[in-house]
Design a protein around this ligand. Structure first.
Ligand code: V47
Ligand code: SF4
Length: 399
């Protein structure tokens, strides 16, 4: 069978090991790789091999289409009663006065600031504090929907839900139903970290377990709703912990089909209790994205969250399995700048984002949260744009 050039190059490599050849053949035949094979990729696969396979899958699923959305972040507080060692929020609990704790009115004022902006989504995530309880969040979602019904509310993670449902004495199933009724549209992927208790207990002890994280997503999916999943990698975990994490996600996705997007999150070491742990190298990051794309055969999308990984890395990752680079983030995302991302100003205009995607020969598509196309920017001409710098024209992949 005729294969794309990247795949032929790896299959024709006389030095390719039998195991890597078998994995490549499985991927081409759309067969699932095993946990052992996933681990083998982490331990032995060369970067070029991983890139060719991950890109093959990406183009098979999406061609050159590359998604972004217009959203804004709302962070109720940067103080948290949990003490995750990787998080710059946790250190503020002892000096609470240095942080912010928004009231309902503050939150609605921020929402209203975007009234005239063409944003499609608000992403709400922050620390856990007692005043942000079941009542607060149901009211918040209701208020947002009353003010701007079409704004998609992507909010909170199982970390908050586990806490507020326990406090409110409701089951996960009932709690998620209440959230849906209040106006919650979808769940972001945060709070997943590393599911394996050997690591989770050391870096995120006290908050919901990996099992509880998965159960809450499952309840949400049972209501016919969608969510994302993340993995915080590149700290003290070993490759087998990453595979365990990916495997748990793949199994849940087999049961529900409710996940849309997988987002690997690179551990950043500034201003937290793990500052002594070195950050992963760029090669390690790229390998991790590519293997995630190969392993999670039942996930439609892999996202590089550019405010965190950096815009240059996000652009490069479009050749390593990534098909989504998140939003035209506006002004309120503070968690990552605090943790040390090189993106000190995590703001990109639509034009910048579109040109970043075009510069590597991909087609920029603005999507809404559920991947409905809002606008195809492939041939769009911006008024003040003369020419894109460094544009490379790649053949459009038919699929
Ligand atoms: O759960 C905290 C991570 C997550 C650090 O679903 C850190 O579309 C790296 O999940 N280094 C929250 N990561 C953000 C999140 C997210 C972001 C963008 C899009 C989506 C989505 C979800 O941030 C936390 C935690 O894993 N985080 N501190 C740190 N030092
Ligand atoms: Fe709190 Fe989340 Fe930070 Fe942990 S990662 S300390 S739960 S804000």
């Amino acid at each position: 069978m005729e294969q794309p050039p990247g795949i032929n190059i790896i299959l024709n490599d006389p030095k390719l090991s039998d195991t890597l050849r078998k994995i490549a053949e499985k991927v081409i035949a759309q067969e699932r790789i095993t946990e052992e094979e996933g681990l083998h990729l982490f331990e032995h696969a060369p970067l070029g091999y991983l890139g060719s396979l991950a890109n093959y899958i990406r183009e098979r699923k999406h061609g050159n289409r590359t998604y972004f959305n217009r959203n804004f972040h709302l962070e109720p507080t940067n103080v948290c009663l949990y003490t995750c060692t990787f998080c710059s929020y946790s250190r503020l609990i002892k000096k609470r006065e240095e942080g912010w704790e928004y009231t309902m009115e503050d939150m609605m004022d921020i929402i209203k600031k975007y009234d005239d902006e063409p944003v499609t989504e608000v992403h709400i995530v922050g620390g856990v504090l007692p005043q942000y309880d079941l009542k607060f969040y149901t009211e918040l979602f209701q208020n947002i929907k009353a003010h701007r019904p079409e704004l998609h509310v992507k909010a909170l993670t199982p970390v908050e839900y586990h806490y507020i449902f326990k406090k409110g004495k409701v089951s996960y199933a009932k709690g998620m139903r209440l959230m849906k009724e209040a106006g919650l549209d979808s769940m972001p992927g945060g709070g997943a970290e590393i599911f394996h208790p050997e690591i989770r207990d050391q870096i995120a002890g006290g908050k919901c377990s990996g099992e509880q994280w998965l159960q809450i997503h499952e309840e949400w999916h049972k209501l016919g709703r969608r969510s994302n999943a993340t993995m915080l990698y590149g700290h003290i975990e070993k490759y087998h912990h990453r595979i365990h994490h990916l495997e748990e996600l793949r199994k849940l996705q087999d049961r529900t089909g409710g996940f849309q997007t997988f987002i690997p999150l690179k551990f950043r070491n500034k201003d937290n209790q793990m500052s002594h742990v070195p950050e992963s190298t760029m090669v390690e990051d790229v390998r991790n994205y590519a293997i995630s794309r190969i392993y999670l055969d039942n996930f439609d999308h892999v996202k590089a969250y550019w405010p965190m990984i950096g815009r240059n890395a996000a652009q490069m990752l479009l050749a390593f399995g990534v098909d989504d680079i998140d939003g035209t983030i506006d002004d309120t995302t503070k968690i990552y700048t605090m943790a040390g991302s090189e993106e000190q100003t995590p703001v990109m205009s639509t034009r910048e984002l579109v040109n970043l995607i075009r510069a590597v020969g991909r087609q920029p598509i603005e999507r809404d949260t559920l991947y409905n196309v809002v606008q195809d920017y492939t041939d769009h001409v911006f008024e003040d744009d003369v020419q894109y710098k460094g544009y490379v024209s790649l053949p459009v992949v038919n699929n």
